[in-house]
Design a protein around this ligand. Sequence first.
Ligand code: ARG
Ligand code: ZN
Length: 849
Amino acid sequence: MKDAAPTTVYLKDYTPFGFTLESVHLTFDLAPETTRVKSRVLFRPDLSAPGRKFFLHGEQLKLLSAAIDGKPVTPVITPEGLTCQVPDKPFEWTCEVEIAPAKNTALEGLYMSNGMYCTQCEAEGFRKITYYPDRPDVMSTFTVRINGDLPVLLSNGNAEGKGDDWAEWHDPWPKPSYLFALVAGDLVAHPGSFTTCSGREVELNLWVRPGDEGKCAFGMEALKKSMKWDEEVYGREYDLDIFNIVAVDDFNMGAMENKGLNIFNSSAVLASPETSTDMNFERIEAIIAHEYFHNWTGNRITCRDWFQLCLKEGLTVFRDSQFTSDMRSAAVKRIGDVIDLRARQFPEDNGPLAHPVRPESFQEINNFYTATVYEKGAEVIGMLKRLVGDEAYAEALDLYFARHDGQACTIEDWLKVFEDVTGRDLGQFKRWYQQAGTPRLKVEESWEDGTLRLTFTQSTPPSAATPAPLPQVIPVAVGLIGPNGDELRETEVLEMTKATQTFEFSGFPTRPHASILRGFSAPVILERDLSTEERAFFLAHDTDPFCRWEAGRALALDTLNAMALRGAAPDAHYLDGMIAVLRDDALDPAYRALMLGLPGQSELAAAQAEAGHTPDPDAIWTASETLRQTLATRAGDLLPKIYAAAQVDDPYQPDAEQSGKRALAGAVLSLMSRLDGGTTASVQYARADNMTLKLSALACLLRAGKGANDVAAFYEEWRDDRLVIDKWFMLQVAEAPPAKAVETVKTLVQHPDFNWKNPNRFRAVLGAFTGHHAGFHRKDGAGYELLADWLIKLDPVNPQTTARMCSAFQTWRRYDTDRQALIRAQLDRIAATPGLSRDTTEMITRIQG
Ligand code: ARG
Ligand code: ZN
């Protein structure tokens, strides 16, 4: 069956549905190819909405019967749904449809994964389950009966009853259809419990496939910590008697916050020290928190329409990053978030896919689950908090929950609570939600008669989404430091509102050093002409951990660009600064590890393009390698000492302290391996009792050209563990030399375990490949062709995962004309594919520009 024809939906066209849903009853008779879904819905027309139209969404459904108040009706059916004459008074709608979960490879709606039934309804998947007003502003209480001969039958809310082959669930909280969920299968529970602040006993379960029981403990603890944190920090208590999490292997995204029944990609919840890395543990903790936090920011208060997606996602990402900062190191978390924002959101904001945090139109909403909506959406909330202060933020959030509980809201509602609490006019601030593009913030300094003047100029490049950007409100956190690094003036948040603005700091006998954009106080590109000496000063002395890290980052960027563009030698200030960082035992190991990281090669390409150069991926690769090699040589004997000091003797714990040590040991090992040819890595690999140490050693061995035997042995050891085998695929692609990356991928896709219909496996190979900058951008275009082949192959099976991966092409205009022509040819080839999905069509069309 084909997708509905593409049409564009506009925010400005929003109209309410015109009917209230008093209740929803669903009955599922499960069968892989012939599942029957009966629905009974009480509709009450809103008589004050005269233009109301009874339209129920429905796609790829076989309608078996429909009736109003028990009388059979024959609706008019289109590929998008149905319409029908309905009375001007409350009525009962019943209908029965048939669907085929086993044939649902798109993983949207009701589908099957390893014999288990599972749903994914956000954003518009419920319409593949039954005819329904599948829009977030239509909320109702759901009662669900599942008939099926499977041991575990789950849905939202509280369990009402169950028998051998049936179960009934009732969710007392009105919700939109996108939060509906159903799971049925042969699953085992890892149980837990939580007592809420008001004394409610909540049963917790993490449901997994038999065999995965040993990977549940960490996720369960993370859930309890999240529940407690949300009570303590936001005053939000859980509101049902049971909270279920299910792990599923086939899932397009990370996880989903269905009311009382969160469904997780197994990679985002299952963990054990032997099979998961420290980074996996941290990510799992954050995603569990994220989905749990949605219970209030998303479920109790939801979105009026999908243009408001950032209302729940930006806020929930912001909340989960606060949680991680509290559980671990705030400085390390902040720097990690900035690295991620620059790697994923900046390219979006500065390319053909640029869209505002609150988009104004779309064809396929699934294409807008983006870094802009999520991560920039969270940054916008961080700025709001910085501008109004912590107390006003807390008050505004209390008001938000009190005023809007049970409602489907907009960004206007959200900003209004801040306006009401603070008396501020947030009209200009709202541009952060309305304008696409990353603001450039240029700063110029002058010093005269004891006064330091900082003049800021902001400008945002025009884009198709925002042709004429206006000045935004930019909170610029600034601190002043003296020549020895002493704080002369504590951090102050300057509020920039105009295109150009000057701020003065007076009363200094000697010129202070201005540390600017502390904590990355706004998601902008700071343009500041600093000498290498001045950057080295901040790297050595800045008291703000972000700015200190940023100074090292800027030195690395500058030297790498000079090396790649002009063949310059590695900059001594960078090398000296890094040696000092390496030697500084007083610094948190995790922070030192971050300092040692180089900017990503795609980020370097972006910086070069920004400065008017044409990036050469091979030159960038060579510069990065040379700089690492030079640093390794310079550090020399220092490395084994730091490596030894960073060893963990205690039993494995995935906490911040141990992970930080392992991160530092890993960063140092990768430098050492350039000197000892992998000897130390071999020892680490042989001794390691956890996946973090195994993988960091194996990566070093592969880079040293010595990993072949270990890679083969690794496969034999882990061939039955799908999450570990994903890592095995990924690592080989990521560590392939640029000239071999295409061939590596071509070999791996022949492997019997390359199940390309599984999104995790597809991403492990093709996703890793698009992240291999020099490999993907091979001069002859073989990388582009290879990716396009696979996108064309996957699209009819899974449009969502295909469309997401199209973004690998979004940066195409940065590169030389030959590469541009090669990419354009592949974009044209994809676009010309007969029957291309709505998802992929929209992405390719936007990228083509
Ligand atoms: N709401 C989910 C989350 O952020 C993501 C679901 C995305 N689904 C989709 N089809 N795009 O937690
Ligand atoms: Zn979310």
